[in-house]
Design a protein around this ligand. Structure first.
Ligand code: ATR
Length: 280
């Protein structure tokens, strides 16, 4: 019986229960996935103690607790260590271990949709944004061996910090969003990781697309809306698209694998999640 769940705030609208119940079903495993919302006014240490006293196999961690959870864990895997952020916790032999599944989840989603991209590690990548998600994606791509990954962000210092995570052969340029506007056509993969473009941000894209390279993949990790204005513009310029909800599914697939040792095929879940999001 897999007792799983999520901590964060607010999480009432989280899609994770739906995703993990479907994964449990597809795996033929008994279990459930519950929301353990912890509001900022509550005593975090006490709430974590309460959670740990339950018969729980593991839980996901979302905003605003991805860093705050770390002192309550017995160990971190190397990626969570580098990210200084945990989104998945497993209870094993009486101890609690933290992982971060965002980067690998993104790579899996990219590989599933566009396996050809992995044939050339010199492909040029541009990451727009330098928050937690950008950090995870940059790290995963460089660990995979990609050597040309640039980062554009409003705050340059944050992009410079991420660039330090590169591999030995990597070559990373850091610049402003304005500069990114002028050189979008140089890239084989462009990943939008900022909150700009979300419904709540007024839908305006972070950059204006004028020209793109042939066969470029344009990816947005925002999934509300599914087709952001940025992705719409990219499609009009002939890009191949990667939607944000796929990363959500694959990072969950990897978390589920950490808990159960089973990698579950996502089958029709991409389309089903799409339908749920479109109905929102
Ligand atoms: P996440 O963990 O989801 O990546 P985050 O750490 O809050 O979220 O990062 C948000 C990203 O969106 C950052 O790159 C942020 O830019 P700054 O580093 O300059 O803050 C970017 N962002 C948010 N609002 C923005 C805006 N109005 N214009 C440009 N960039 C914005």
């Amino acid at each position: 019986m897999y007792q799983l769940g999520l901590i964060g705030y607010p999480i009432q609208h989280s899609l994770s229960p739906w995703i993990h119940h479907r994964l449990l079903d597809n795996a033929g495993l008994e279990g459930n996935y519950r929301l353990f919302e912890i509001s900022p006014e509550e005593d975090f240490a006490e709430k974590i103690q309460e959670l740990k006293s339950k018969e729980i196999k593991g839980f996901n961690v979302t905003v605003p607790y991805k860093q705050k959870i770390i002192p309550y864990l017995d160990g971190l895997d190397s990626t969570a260590e580098e990210m200084h952020a945990v989104n998945t916790v497993i209870h094993k032999n009486g101890k609690w271990y933290g992982y971060n599944t965002d980067g690998i989840g993104y790579l899996r989603s990219l590989k599933h949709a566009y396996p050809d991209f992995f044939n050339d590690l010199k492909n040029k990548v541009l990451i727009l944004g330098a928050g937690g998600a950008a950090r995870a994606l940059f790290y995963a791509l460089s660990q995979k061996g990609f050597v040309n990954i640039d980062i554009a962000n409003r705050t340059l210092k944050k992009a410079e910090d991420i660039a330090q995570l590169g591999n030995n052969n990597s070559n990373t340029n850091v610049f402003t969003i304005e500069k990114a506007n002028e050189c979008l056509h140089n890239y084989d993969l462009i990943i939008q990781t900022t909150s700009v473009g979300m419904k709540s941000f007024g839908l305006k894209p972070i950059v204006t697309i004028e020209r793109l390279k042939k066969d470029v993949i344009v990816s947005d990790i925002v999934y509300q809306p599914i087709v952001t204005k940025f992705l719409q513009d990219a499609e009009e310029h002939g890009a191949r698209l990667l939607f944000g909800h796929t990363m959500l599914l694959y990072q969950a697939q990897y978390a589920f694998e950490i808990w159960t040792n089973k990698r579950i095929d996502l089958k029709d879940m991409e389309n089903e999640l799409l339908a749920i999001l479109e109905g929102r």
